[in-house]
Design a binder for this molecule. Structure first.
Ligand code: ATP
Ligand code: MG
Length: 580
């Protein structure tokens, strides 16, 4: 491509709304254009990069035997009603109506559509397994669209769905996708790790997120340096602390006056107890699918712990938006709770969820459900019961690794993809079944596998940039080579630049020829911003057949003959294009 003919508009100023490097650099390099919050268009350079990422995804998906299709973004509400998600998905679902008032949504994901395809077309075991995928635009009315392409309201996703005869087949399909994802992100030049992820109410070890490590990532990961354990904080299981010794006698329950001690710190300080000896209460209001109040929840954890909301909503089997902190007064009237002094004893008319380590701990201190009072020597079973006992804790930095016991570390990352064993969740609610050899009917086992293609593009930039601009991995660079023609009017320079351009293009290398009649300073600045992995500068020594060759990721420049420069660039691109 000749620069003089491109539509590329770089920006000198950093746009104020952009906070993270990928967003800033993509706007400055004129790769994307904002339309409204969370909605971006792709300009020529951005589009080229996006297509390259897509192509890597497509090649690796095709190599697994998955078949590409393309479904509409518009989906009828009826299908979502079949799975209960029309209501359960909440305000992120972008709902629209047609002129007759019929409900539709702009798809945030396509489980219902793909299940519908398969229930229509598959009836016999002979037709399975099958995996279908698409690369398609998704819509989510995110509460906080931010960081440019990292969290947008319209984005490109690759979503794949596998359909198998049973659990074993699903395991194979899942592993095939898991391996393909590893290849895809490696080819994209990302440093990443598959981490165990929350699989919602379905539970089980059925999901991994592929997380690209970056400081600005929204996912918090707990990992162990001593073993392979890596998990999203939402999911990370905790080891319960060692229970109290069995010979520790249960002491008599006692009410103590603890004026004004509303927090764990205050009560522990007042009574001279370690926080580990206290029980913390967290009070919630539940809502039903129509947003009406639907009962109260009291969650209890050890005083020094933090509540993991994902674990709580999974235990309650409700969506995350169906729960919020309770109004203390209202909840108090209904359940007997008292703000700052709530404990598990004496509560009524609410769901009591207790963290799994509490039943093993003896003689604890908890609120007395009475203003300015606590109870000491509170013991599970004798003094209080739970509706649900489950792991509710956040796995914190330094806590014991749930696998090997070594201290856990935390880091941040961007979720670029997720693989998920759906099992029969959708096939059962939508009636997607097959008949076996004996004509017996079974639900189809499903998996779903998403990659945020536009988010991946942004994650690549987060990991590959410096203060001047993007340092593209060759595999996804909009162009592999930029030829800076210093003086287009100089005949020798123009001829040499043209020769390199033609020869590299003929060899399948993507070349941008900067043939603009701009001052060299402008061109060099743009070259940094527009950052192709290889820069060949055709200047003063062109008449001798010598050009300057420089890699964006390295400092050194070299003078090479035209032939050498062509051969070097070609070889580098060929070697790195697959990234593995
Ligand atoms: P998140 O937790 O970040 O909101 P998610 O778990 O809801 O994402 P999935 O439903 O697993 O996302 O979607 C598959 C992939 O689509 C994600 O791994 C991510 O890469 C991408 N993705 C999801 N939401 C967005 C978004 N708002 N903008 C860009 N990419 C997104
Ligand atoms: Mg996800």
């Amino acid at each position: 491509m000749r620069f003089s003919k491109t539509y590329v508009r770089t920006l000198r100023e950093v746009p104020t709304e952009a906070e993270v490097p990928s967003h800033i650099l993509m706007l400055r390099a004129g790769m994307i254009r904002k339309l409204v919050s969370g909605v971006y268009g792709f300009m020529p350079l951005g589009w080229r990069c996006l297509r390259k990422v897509e192509e890597i995804v497509r090649e690796e998906m095709d190599a697994t035997g998955a078949q590409e299709i393309l479904m509409s973004a518009i989906q009828p509400a009826e299908l979502w009603e079949e799975t209960g998600r029309w209501k359960a998905y909440g305000p992120e679902l972008w709902r629209i109506k047609d002129r007759n008032g019929r409900d539709f949504c702009l798809g945030p994901t396509h489980e219902e559509i793909f299940t519908d395809i398969i229930r229509d077309g598959v009836s016999s075991y002979r037709q399975l397994p099958v995996t279908l995928y698409q690369i398609q635009t998704k819509y989510r009315d995110e509460a906080r669209p931010r960081f440019g392409l990292l969290r947008s309201r319209e984005f490109v996703m690759k979503d794949a769905y596998s359909f198998d005869l049973g659990e074993e087949g699903l395991d194979v399909s899942y592993q095939t996708m898991y391996d393909a994802y590893s290849r895809i992100f490696t080819r994209c030049g990302l440093t990443f790790r598959p981490v165990e992820a929350d699989s919602g109410a379905i539970g089980g070890k059925g999901s991994h997120e592929f997380t690209a490590f970056t400081e600005i990532g929204e996912s918090e990961i707990a990992y162990c340096e001593n073993c392979e354990m890596a998990a999203n904080i939402e999911r990370a299981e905790c080891r319960d602390c060692d229970p109290s010794p069995t010979d520790e006698a249960l002491l008599p329950l006692e009410e103590v006056h603890t004026p004004g001690t509303k927090t764990i710190e205050e009560v522990a300080g007042f009574l001279g107890l370690p926080k580990e000896k206290t029980i913390k209460a967290l009070l919630f209001q539940k809502y039903d699918e129509d947003g009406k109040e639907d009962g109260y929840v009291a969650a209890f954890i050890r005083g020094d712990r933090e509540l993991n909301m994902t674990k709580l909503v999974n235990a309650l089997n409700i969506p995350e938006f169906a729960i919020a902190f309770a109004d203390e007064d209202k909840m108090g009237q209904a359940t007997g709770s008292v703000g700052g002094f709530t404990g598990p004893c004496g509560l009524h008319d609410c769901t009591i969820v207790v963290d799994s380590e509490l039943p093993g701990l003896k003689n604890m201190c908890a609120g007395a459900c009475k203003v300015d009072h606590h109870l000491v020597n509170v013991n599970y079973g004798r003094d209080y019961q739970a509706d649900i006992v489950t792991d509710l804790k956040v796995l914190k930095e330094g806590d014991a690794c749930p696998v090997c016991g070594a201290p856990v570390r935390h880091t941040r990352g961007i979720e670029v993809g997720q693989v998920f064993k759906l099992r029969t969740k959708y096939s059962q609610s939508m009636g997607a079944t097959y008949k076996d050899e004996k004509q017996q009917e079974h639900p189809i086992y499903m998996g779903c596998y998403g990659i945020g293609v536009t988010r991946t593009m942004a994650a690549i930039i987060e990991q590959h940039h410096d203060e001047k601009g993007i340092i593209w991995p060759v595999s996804v660079a909009p162009y592999h080579v930029i030829i800076t023609l210093v003086k287009p009017q100089d005949e020798a320079q123009a001829t040499v630049a043209e020769q390199i351009y033609q020869e590299l293009t003929a060899r399948g290398v993507d070349v941008l020829l900067d043939d603009r009649n701009e001052r060299p300073g402008v061109k060099f600045n743009d070259a940094d911003l527009l950052v192709m992995p290889i820069r060949i500068t055709v200047g003063k020594r062109a008449a001798e057949g010598v050009v300057e060759y420089k890699l964006r990721r390295e400092e050194e420049k070299e003078d090479l003959t035209v032939e050498e420069a062509i051969a070097r660039a070609d070889a580098l691109v060929k070697a790195e294009i697959r990234g593995i």
